[in-house]
Design a protein around this ligand. Structure first.
Ligand code: SAM
Length: 276
């Protein structure tokens, strides 16, 4: 008995509904409403502004697919930047790559980091790794100040509302290009094709104008609206579809495999049509 049903509305007529056993923490931070809740099906879950960010049960899909696709595409990723990602999941996956000497995480909201460490320890655990530097600040400003520094940049942001609006702009992608080395690669989560097709189209259009290689791939994430999630890659030199077999080394994963690395770029026709 007990608990209540929470709905994240995607449109006026559609949402996803999850049973919450109890609220572990709730707070209006300087930037967003933060709720950490315990759910019946998906374990502890982080909500920001009423939107599901991550859950203990399905987080591995998103975090593995953000991190490993660009890291296996680049032949020698040493210096990596994560914009957003304060729950630490992407950093945990990056740390599985021995070539990475340093990973910097820049999240605008220190409270996300603090409460993820407390209630999502298996996701946030590697934030303490000595190869990781955690900064609290605006990712847009950090990118604007960076020049020819990073091999790989990963944008693990909230949706384009509130503090993340600037992270979905052509100016931001131009800044990312400047912040990357001459053979750098970046990935950004780009929402879902069912309810936000224009967002995917806009991101593809902007990234194509800046990067010679632009790709879209998908993953299946049950707690995100529609379940079908997209990621956009912009690359200066290396094509994620042309990664040679010997580049893949053994790592422990639950979703990503070297076969899936390529298969994820095979798009359902309605998604392929969106970005023609
Ligand atoms: N995986 C989630 C999703 O797609 O629903 C997003 C993960 S959540 C950890 C995203 C993070 O982006 C939040 O912690 C938020 O504070 C951060 N963020 C939003 N705007 C930002 C900005 N301008 N600079 C840096 N971090 C930002």
């Amino acid at each position: 008995m007990g608990g209540h049903w929470f709905t994240e509305k995607q449109t006026e007529n559609f949402g996803i509904t999850i049973k919450i056993n109890r609220t572990l923490h709730t707070e209006q931070t300087e930037f967003q409403k933060l709720d950490m809740v315990e759910t019946e099906e998906f374990g502890n879950m982080l909500l920001l502004d009423g939107m599901v960010m991550t859950s203990q049960r399905d987080e591995f899909v998103y975090h593995e697919m953000v991190a490993h696709v660009p890291l296996f595409t680049h032949p020698n990723p040493e210096n990596v930047l994560v914009v957003g990602g304060g729950d630490g999941g992407v950093i945990r996956e990056i740390m599985k790559h021995p070539s990475v000497k340093k990973a910097t995480l820049v999240d605008i909201d220190g409270k996300v980091i603090e409460y993820s460490k407390k209630y999502l320890p298996e996701i946030a655990g590697e934030l303490e790794n000595e190869r990781v530097e955690v900064k609290v600040g605006d990712g847009f400003m950090h990118i604007a100040k960076s020049d020819n520094e990073y091999d790989v940049i990963m944008v693990d942001s909230t949706e384009p509302v509130g503090p993340a609006v600037n992270l979905f702009s052509k100016g931001f992608y131009a800044g990312i290009s400047k912040a990357l080395k001459e053979d750098g690669i970046f990935v950004a989560q780009s929402d879902n094709p069912w309810f936000t097709p224009e967002l995917i189209q806009n991101v593809q259009r902007d990234v194509r104008e800046i990067f010679p290689i632009t790709r879209l791939y998908t993953a299946n994430i049950p707690t995100y609206p529609s379940g079908l999630w997209t990621f956009t890659i912009g690359s200066k030199k290396y094509d994620p579809l042309e990664v040679s077999e010997e580049r893949f080394h053994e790592i422990e994963t639950k979703y990503y495999t070297k076969e899936l690395h390529k298969a994820a770029f095979v798009l359902p026709k309605f998604v392929a049509d969106l970005i023609k």
